[in-house]
Write a protein that binds this ligand. Structure first.
Ligand code: FAD
Ligand code: SIN
Length: 531
């Protein structure tokens, strides 16, 4: 018999989106947060640059909207962008009220600037913004009696009509099956509302800034349950990860370029000016592609980020994390150029939601990086992701608050049946497949794509997926296997979406179709509903 837990709000994920939703929903009912590792472990925890919002007198909502739309390559949802920008400052203020210490000067936020922004508008906490946000929110969570946070619980699947004993039930999400990684027990979590806040999928790629948790679980779970998924071809590569810094790669924040650092090639040339008049502060899709082409042209392994001309005391004070980490790699950034390469960073696509976080499955909400609200279009503007997480988690809460019915009866859920599976110690199969997916995606589905490589990747990923699903159905679930299945599924979605879009736009550059095709492709793409 599975252990059964019942709650009103089941929040999956303890990053910015999940924690802010939980803190608010706790005023309405019982909240359970499940998170697959230690509670801090999330993309949020590693965010450096900050949150974009209009606070400066010489800035305006119109300007932030324009920059977001420009970065997005013509397919942002303008209504969603309007909401993001207009509601942003109140949500940032709320984070401050929750106890986040943002860097300030003269009683006001110190506002940084990053690529694609035309004004200083990045609210930050030195270069450790995400860590400070997590600290403050987790402190508040720990003080709230209505919230239970369970670490080391990895969700396996959503409970929808497929998992209901009486199959005639209408489509709805009633919670999840989750594996308690410590006891190796599968548990049933039933809820009136299930909120996916599972973050990104950078671990699909060999070189990524994303921590190990970012395996696309939310998108894969929702896809398996039949939710609509969109824009998976738009994978953002951050231009500047520290070269040779291991896995995950250490990010060198775009804020450093905002502070004055300049990208240079091995001839010490400020090469970005050849590609865009904004130079090193062009939007991220342009900078990553320029670096990629510079590396290929010159046969180099990395380019440099040069901050040696910046005031060294200010540099150390504003970027203590980057300074310390580079020093560990024997690079003194006040005196030496930093070797950098692009690395997979962010997924602009995800589970389709309304501007209130509702997915196409009743009872299921998606917020944060896992969601596709339409704000990023074909390319996300720097520091708009934390903003999206906090704005749309609030809106999901408001929507649920206005309609909440905690008296819905939850039908009988099927027991997790693993009676015909075996326990194996074949960890090598899992790690081999995981490595294979990651290198395949890096080599064939990276910054610059072409049809032949994508087709090769698709053939291979279909085989891997078949192998993985076969192994999955014969084997007792484990954390590694759950993640592997999800990695294979989201890779398949990324590849098929990339093959499907027969044009180049924003982050999706395919050499067979190098131009933007507004006539046929000025629109979102969708992945088939998988029931
Ligand atoms: P996350 O913060 O990633 O949280 C996801 C949570 O879900 C985690 O707790 C995870 O363990 C849990 N989870 C996942 N799958 C499961 C499962 N199956 N079961 C249970 N739990 C699960 N954006 C900005 O706007 N500004 C920045 O400065 C910035 N810097 C960044 C720097 C780095 C190095 C990285 C990697 C990203 C950065 N980003 C930045 C992007 C931004 O941090 C993320 O998009 C954002 O934090 C996502 O928040 P989230 O709450 O949606 O997800
Ligand atoms: C960074 O600090 O460069 C990351 C900002 C982001 O991902 O938005």
């Amino acid at each position: 018999m599975n252990q059964i837990h019942s709650t009103n709000f089941l929040v999956i994920g303890s990053g910015l989106a999940g924690l802010t939703f939980a803190l608010k929903a706790a005023n309405m009912g019982k909240v359970t947060i499940l998170t697959k590792k230690e509670k801090r472990e999330s993309n949020t925890n590693y965010a450096q640059g900050g949150i974009a919002a209009v606070f400066s007198n010489d800035d305006s909502f119109e300007s932030h909207i324009k920059d977001t739309l420009n970065a997005g390559g013509g397919i942002c949802n303008e209504n969603a962008v309007n909401i993001l920008v207009h509601e942003g400052p109140s949500r940032v203020q709320e984070l401050l009220n929750f106890g986040t210490n943002f860097t300030s000067e003269n009683g006001k936020f110190q506002l940084g600037i990053e690529g694609g922004h035309s004004h200083n508008r990045i609210v930050h906490s030195k270069d450790l913004t995400g860590k400070e946000i997590e600290r403050a929110l987790l402190q508040k969570i720990s003080e709230n009696k209505n919230i239970q946070l369970l670490e080391n619980h990895i969700c396996i699947d959503l409970l929808t009509k497929h998992q209901i004993v009486n199959k005639n039930t209408s489509d709805h999400c009633y919670g999840v099956y989750a594996l308690d990684v410590i006891t190796n027990e599968v548990k049933i979590f039933k809820a009136n509302f299930t909120i996916l806040a599972t973050g990104g999928l950078g671990q699909v790629y060999q070189h990524t800034t994303n921590p190990l948790i970012a395996t696309g679980d939310g998108v894969a779970m929702a896809y398996r349950s039949g939710a609509l998924i969109s824009n998976m071809e738009f994978i953002q590569f951050h231009p500047t990860a520290l070269y040779n810094s291991g896995s995950p790669a250490f990010l060198i924040s775009e804020a450093l370029r905002g502070f004055g650092a300049i990208l240079k090639n091995s001839d010490n040339e400020d090469f970005m000016l050849k590609y865009d008049s904004r130079g090193s502060l062009a939007s991220r899709d342009i900078v990553a592609k320029a670096i990629d082409s510079e590396l290929k042209l010159r046969g180099d392994d990395f380019v440099y980020l040069d901050a040696t001309h910046c005031n060294s005391e200010l540099l150390k004070n504003n970027f203590p994390n980057i300074y310390a980490r580079c020093l560990k790699n024997k690079i003194d950034i006040t005196k030496e150029k930093i070797p950098v390469v692009p690395a997979a960073h962010y997924c602009c696509g995800g589970i389709v939601t309304t501007t209130d976080g509702a997915t196409t499955i009743p009872g299921l909400y998606a917020i944060g990086e896992v969601a596709m609200t339409g704000v990023h279009g074909a390319n996300r503007l720097a520091s708009n992701s934390l903003l999206e997480a906090v704005v749309f988690s609030h809106r999901a809460f408001k929507k649920i608050e206005s309609t909440v019915n905690l008296k819905t009866t939850i039908p009988e859920i099927r027991e997790w049946n693993d009676s015909e599976t075996i326990n194996t110690n074949e960890w090598i199969l899992i790690s081999h497949n995981r490595n294979e997916i990651q290198s395949l995606m890096m080599d064939y589905v990276g910054i610059v794509r072409n049809k032949i490589r994508l087709e090769r990747a698709q053939q291979r990923i279909k085989l891997i997926l078949k192998e993985v699903l076969d192994f999955y159905h014969r084997t007792k679930v484990s954390e590694g296997l759950i993640e592997l299945r999800n990695l294979a599924i989201v890779s398949d979605l990324i590849i098929s979406s990339a093959l499907n879009r027969k044009e180049s736009r924003g982050l999706h550059y395919i050499s067979d179709y190098p131009e933007v095709d507004d006539v046929n492709w000025k629109k979102d793409s969708f992945c088939g509903v998988s029931t």
